[in-house]
Design a protein around this ligand. Structure first.
Ligand code: SIN
Ligand code: FE2
Length: 210
């Protein structure tokens, strides 16, 4: 990725182990890669183990994909919708995630899973921890594309205070080490149109699942 293409890159530490990298991934090619992935493994709404429908539409790329259904949350090498492997993780994605992780203090990040979330206005993601990964030493690298959203970021305990951060197209968030199990979520997406994604926000989260 070109260094500071538009002069808007900026690091914003969120505390030990966590950082926002503003303007790190504005390249429209990111959105084109998502369209390619969704052409192979389409966005779909999954079910929670309790039988509710998750509002955020999801797909994956990489060796493993995150899935949820009546049997629980887990990582699977095959897309249950197509019966085939998830689309490959684009080299551009892998490189971006590694670069961002290193910048935030996590060299040697080798993601094997990338969950792709699609939010439309009215959809949110409640506070949760990412703890379905076997490797909790590796950080989470999150990329925001399209419509802006409000990211909530708390601490490792459910009741810890939660701060709100506006995330716009091209912003990354990295959390790992002491922040790896911090609670986080996305407030209800506001209506809007983005030139690259239309009325939607796309989020990529890179993980080391095994
Ligand atoms: C997630 O926590 O998996 C997604 C966060 C986001 O959409 O920014
Ligand atoms: Fe998460």
């Amino acid at each position: 990725m070109e260094p500071d293409l538009f002069g808007t890159r900026r690091d914003e530490p969120l505390g030990p182990g966590a950082m926002i990298l503003r303007g790190f991934a504005p390249d429209p090619a990111m959105v084109e890669e998502v369209a390619h992935i969704a052409g192979i493994s389409p966005f779909r709404q999954m079910q929670t183990p309790g039988g509710r429908t998750i509002g955020v539409e999801m797909t994956n790329c990489g060796a493993l994909g995150w899935v949820s259904d009546r049997r629980g949350y887990r990582y699977e090498p095959l897309d249950p919708l197509t019966g085939r492997p998830w689309p490959e993780m684009p080299q551009r994605f892998r490189q971006l995630a590694q670069e961002a992780a290193a910048r935030a203090g996590f060299p040697d990040f080798r993601p094997d899973a990338c969950l792709v979330n699609r939010y439309v206005p009215g959809v949110k993601m409640g506070l949760h921890q990412d703890r379905d990964e076997a490797d909790l030493d590796a950080p989470i690298v999150s990329v925001s594309l399209g419509l802006p959203a409000t990211f909530q970021f708390g601490g490792p305990r459910r009741g810890d205070p939660v701060a709100k951060h506006a995330l716009t197209h091209g912003d990354l968030v990295v959390w790992g080490g002491p922040a790896r199990l911090n609670w986080h979520g996305i407030l209800t997406l506001k209506p809007g149109e983005h030139p690259l994604t239309g009325a939607a926000r796309i989020n990529l989260t890179f993980r080391r699942a095994r």
